[in-house]
Design a binder for this molecule. Structure first.
Ligand code: R5P
Length: 289
């Protein structure tokens, strides 16, 4: 088996390759003077099962993924599994007005065209996997986040900022060995959220809020403020996908005691690797293909 790492996912691909005992292929990625993308795979992939790992955010990384799939298909490979550590557009899975696309479907269909199987990580809504026309496995980085918190911090309580992320909170709490709870969130618009004053027993506790994505940071900011109002001693924020748009990190650092994310989107808070869980997903998928 060979692993091909796109330029957005080198860290996570290295961890997955080492867990799978597979070799990482050498890849060249450059830009033409007009900024179009150029890719070249420097290894011979003939006769191999190939795993391509590439986050599709921001948009230029999606283009790179499509080009790498095509380059891989130029060899006489056995199977191609595409791993998308952060699946962009997964939050745009509904039409709100006539004339809009179902963006999650559009992206899924294109990524599946050249794949025999797909592995996703904490995809925002697993319902979008219905758009994937090849076998698809969704793995979670939450067990790795739980292990990190268990080893490196004192955590008394795991909190999800809304009832949509309770599965994540449960997974982390199970590994840490503590209780979990959830807050009630109301989204006002893309940049504004409100967290209801729901009592979660925060007084004097060291708490980790967990979510699949931190984007503007509005959700975590409001949740942290609510937990501190309830008397929390410490509030940490942990997520799989750290998008951190519009200066979110300094804003969050001003209220949170610690911020961490996985390497599905590499950034300055990345401390946990989703690689081991991706490797398990690839192994599971290989038994189905
Ligand atoms: C929403 O359902 C997600 O789980 C996250 O809570 C959301 O994407 C976070 O966005 P932001 O950081 O912009 O509040």
């Amino acid at each position: 088996m060979r692993i091909v790492a796109g330029s957005a996912s080198k860290h996570v691909a290295r961890f997955a390759a080492s867990y799978l005992g597979a070799r990482l292929s050498e890849v060249i990625v450059k830009r033409f003077p007009d900024d179009e993308c150029y890719v070249r795979i420097m290894d011979n992939l003939d006769g191999e099962d190939v795993v391509l790992v590439q986050t599709t955010y921001p948009d230029h990384n999606l283009v790179e993924a499509l080009l790498l799939q095509d380059a891989i298909r130029e060899f006489k490979i056995k199977k191609l599994i595409t791993v998308v550590p952060y699946m962009a557009y997964a939050r745009q899975d509904k039409k709100f007005h006539d004339g809009e696309p179902i963006s999650a479907r559009a992206m899924s269909q294109h990524l599946c065209l050249n794949s025999d199987g797909m592995v996703l990580v904490d995809v925002h809504d697993t319902a979008i996997t219905k758009h994937f026309r090849v076998p698809t496995v969704n793995v979670s980085a939450m067990p790795q986040i739980g292990e990190y918190l268990h080893k490196s911090a004192r955590v008394d309580l795991i909190v999800s900022p809304d009832d949509g992320a309770t599965e994540h909170a449960k997974k982390v709490a199970e590994v840490v060995g503590c209780n979990w709870s959830f807050l009630e969130k109301k989204r006002i618009d893309g940049n504004t959220v409100e967290i209801a004053p729901k009592h979660v027993g925060a007084k004097d506790r060291e708490i980790a809020i967990v979510d699949d994505i931190i984007a503007t940071g509005g959700t975590i900011l409001a949740a942290t403020k609510q937990l501190k109002l309830q008397g929390a001693k410490k509030v940490m924020a942990a997520c799989t996908h750290g998008l951190f748009t519009g200066g979110a990190i300094p804003k969050l650092r001003s209220v949170c005691d610690y911020i961490l994310s996985a390497d599905t989107i590499e950034n300055e808070t990345t401390i946990v690797s989703a690689g081991p869980e991706i490797a398990k997903g690839v192994q599971q998928l290989m038994t189905q293909l």
